[in-house]
Design a protein around this ligand. Structure first.
Ligand SMILES: NC(=O)c1ccc[n+]([C@@H]2O[C@H](COP(=O)([O-])OP(=O)(O)OC[C@H]3O[C@@H](n4cnc5c(N)ncnc54)[C@H](OP(=O)(O)O)[C@@H]3O)[C@@H](O)[C@H]2O)c1
Length: 336
């Protein structure tokens, strides 16, 4: 039975916009409840243009009661807002557990977007001779360095998806560096993040000398991966949990954070927003306040193969058509 309703958390975002548009094409019958903060007519209209089945649920990730109540009403929840905000994950799981206990017709589905921070090698922005390339075939969260980012939320989701009494199908997607153009003028979470730090420091920068990189993936391929995994879960209600873990990366050439921030520094300098062009390592006073979170996420390598998605017929077609190096300039221009 096809799902009738879905809750999208993060619909107005870089990934969320492409996802909503793709859902309109592939699942036009699906009624979409979309959590939205700071709602304006413009924001609501932009989303409705991408998918006419959208209904706005006003609230933020901090509004656990609103998220739980919305999750309880739907067949599918897709969370593409934040990999690390655990209360929002708990609220989704609480709502879906209630749904599972009252509706025996369909096992509710939860897809969560995490990231490659889980497998970070914690080299503190230093060049190393060997970087492990991970596969998601046989991948377990227990294989990851235990203090890595995202894991706190991911473990809760995995646990819910493996406990038979919860009755929830879960999947966690781990994209690498997501790039491309958004459906609205925004460019993914890392662009404003690095820009904000650069403006505060007076120069673009990195965590460490940073010849480190994550494998990259085009935003349209990420949206297609979400739909591919949704199809996989819908085919068989016993799927999910420990077989619901998917890397989402391409094998196309990526760029190190140092190279990306060098381009960013030149753009910011041309706009008079920093004192010098190019990039240099951020001083301790800028990098250290983010603590292990910053070093682990931004001073590490993340190299993976999306072997399981490949086995399901997904391929990174947009990453081949529009490689990172061809769009990085424009996406930084738009996103800062
Ligand atoms: N971008 C990457 O390279 C990358 C890499 C790996 C993993 N990820 C993960 O992939 C997911 C999507 O990333 P993205 O780049 O699409 O992010 P994004 O463009 O920053 O979008 C985030 C979305 O979540 C919403 N949101 C954020 N905080 C919220 C809050 N407190 N309350 C309500 N809504 C909130 C935003 O709403 P507004 O429109 O109001 O801002 C937006 O819709 C995230 O889980 C991210 O951690 C991203």
């Amino acid at each position: 039975m096809a799902p009738a309703t879905a809750l999208i958390i993060g619909a107005t975002g870089f990934v969320g916009g492409h996802l909503c548009e793709l859902l309109a094409t592939k699942h036009p019958q699906l009624r979409l409840l979309c959590l939205m903060r700071d709602t304006t007519p413009q924001k609501a209209n932009d989303l409705n243009k991408l998918n006419p089945s959208v209904e706005i649920v006003e609230g933020t990730l901090e509004d656990s009661a609103i998220i739980s109540a919305a999750a309880e009403k739907v067949d599918v929840v897709i969370h593409v807002a934040h990999s690390d905000y655990a209360p929002s994950v708990q609220a989704v799981l609480a709502g879906l557990r209630k749904r599972a206990s009252t509706d025996s017709h369909r096992t509710p589905i939860y897809q969560h977007m995490s990231g490659l921070g889980v497998i970070a090698d914690n080299v503190r922005g230093e060049k190393v001779d060997f970087v492990k390339e991970w596969t998601d075939v046989g991948f377990r969260l227990d294989d990851c360095p235990k203090d890595n980012t995202h894991l706190a939320s991911d473990r809760q989701i995995l646990e819910a998806g493996t406990r038979s009494q919860d009755g929830i199908q879960t999947a966690i997607l781990f994209p690498g560096l997501i790039y491309g153009h958004g459906k609205t003028p925004r460019s993914g979470a890392w662009v404003p993040f690095y820009s904000t730090f650069a403006k505060a420091a007076g120069h673009a920068g990195t965590w460490g000398p940073v010849e480190v990189s994550q494998y990259c993936i085009h935003v349209r391929d990420v949206a297609a991966a979400v739909l591919c995994v949704l199809g996989y879960l819908l085919e068989d209600a016993t799927r999910g949990g420990s077989d619901g873990l998917f890397f989402v990366t391409s094998q196309e050439p990526t760029m190190s954070w140092r190279k990306i921030n060098s381009v960013l520094g030149d753009i910011l300098y041309a706009r008079g927003l920093v004192r010098v062009p190019g990039t240099q390592p951020f001083p301790e006073g800028v990098a250290d306040p983010l603590g292990h979170y910053g070093w682990s996420l931004l001073g590490s390598n993340g190299h993976t193969r999306a072997d399981r998605l490949g086995g399901l017929g997904w391929n990174a077609e947009w990453s081949k058509k529009e490689p990172l190096r061809d769009v990085v300039n424009k996406m930084l221009e738009i996103g800062i």
